[in-house]
Design a protein around this ligand. Structure first.
Ligand code: NDP
Length: 287
């Protein structure tokens, strides 16, 4: 039976540390603040926003939601995003994407100041992540994967890490962060030959494909650590969600595994707050 790498334990430990940090920053007369930019009211966005607000509250951080109608036009939205970006009280910005089709998302993303870009929406942040510049914030999910590995003392140096998925938001940045920790990294995608064998060769397997229960018993081997990033509707349990890993098949084989729900997703909003606090410290010369 595998060790269950629960996200809650990681999130709780991080929140305790962050609450202390926020208190120390508040003692200097500054309150770290997250700005949430949302266009329309998609259920997924509202769900994530609810989690982010709850996490902010639990550690004493401030937040403000900037909500715009789903049919907002480009010029008006550009102006709004620039105003949020210029707001001196806002240290970090979360903007929900994708934006509605009438908006030029690439242009809008570029309006977020890099120093407030705590979820890596801009090319400037991506460049920093890919050049190992510690002042650039990776997207929150890859950071959450790394925080889980760190919390459970899983060493990466010299280990074979396989990342299943090459998206800008998960696969590629998590590969960069694994490299930073001296893992030997392979990135797989939909055209990878012999995918199960490549995955089974890993010491650490990060699954970020967006396909429910795709990682089966033949993708893994004993001794592996499996981090499941997937959030998918569970085809076998309507109304519930599941990961990219078939937990029932894989868990009896591997050494350690994150559950879904209760794994990576539980840590993501805490990372959002952590990166906003770091941004606040940098903006105020506190580091
Ligand atoms: P994308 O759809 O952007 O990327 C999926 C990647 O998986 C692509 O690189 C794609 O390859 C690859 N892929 C798809 N099908 C296959 C296949 N059959 N075999 C091999 N590779 C395949 O997804 P995201 O990266 O945005 O998200 C991945 C998962 O993580 C989703 O379930 C999403 O819901 C979840 N997620 C979870 C978060 C969290 O906080 N826990 C946050 C963000 C995402 P190719 O490039 O060749 O098309």
């Amino acid at each position: 039976m595998a060790e269950r790498l629960a996200g809650k334990a990681v999130a709780d430990a991080m929140k305790t540390e962050l609450a202390q940090k926020v208190e120390a920053i508040k003692a200097k007369g500054i309150t770290p603040k997250l700005g949430i930019i949302r266009v329309g009211a998609r259920p997924d966005d509202l769900f994530y926003e609810g989690g982010a607000k709850k996490t902010c509250d639990s550690i004493g951080m401030a937040y403000q939601v900037f909500e715009y109608p789903a049919d907002i036009e480009q010029a008006a939205f550009e102006k709004a995003v620039m105003e949020v970006g210029a707001d001196k009280e806002i240290n970090g910005i979360l903007m929900f994407a994708p934006l509605p089709k009438q908006l030029d998302e690439k242009k809008i993303r570029s309006l977020i100041p890099v120093e407030k870009d705590v979820d890596c929406m801009t090319i400037g942040s991506a460049a920093k992540v890919y050049t190992d510049d510690p002042t650039g914030f990776p997207p929150c999910t890859p950071t959450a994967c790394m925080d889980i590995l760190k919390f459970y003392n899983i060493s990466l140096k010299g280990k074979k890490a396989v990342v299943l998925g090459r998206s800008q938001v998960v696969g590629k940045p998590v590969a960069m962060l694994l490299l930073r920790e001296h893992a030997t990294v392979t990135i797989c995608h939909s055209r990878t030959d012999n995918l199960p064998a490549v995955c089974a060769d890993a010491d650490i397997l990060i699954a970020a494909v967006g396909r429910a229960k795709m990682v089966k018993a033949n993708f893994v081997r004993p001794g592996q650590v499996v981090i499941d990033v997937g959030i998918n509707e569970d085809p076998d349990n309507p109304g519930k969600y599941c990961g990219d890993v078939d937990y029932a098949e894989v868990e009896p084989i591997v050494e350690k595994i994150t559950p879904v729900p209760g794994g990576v997703g539980s840590v993501t909003t805490v990372v959002l707050c952590k990166q906003t606090i770091q941004a606040c410290e940098m903006q105020n010369g506190l580091v």
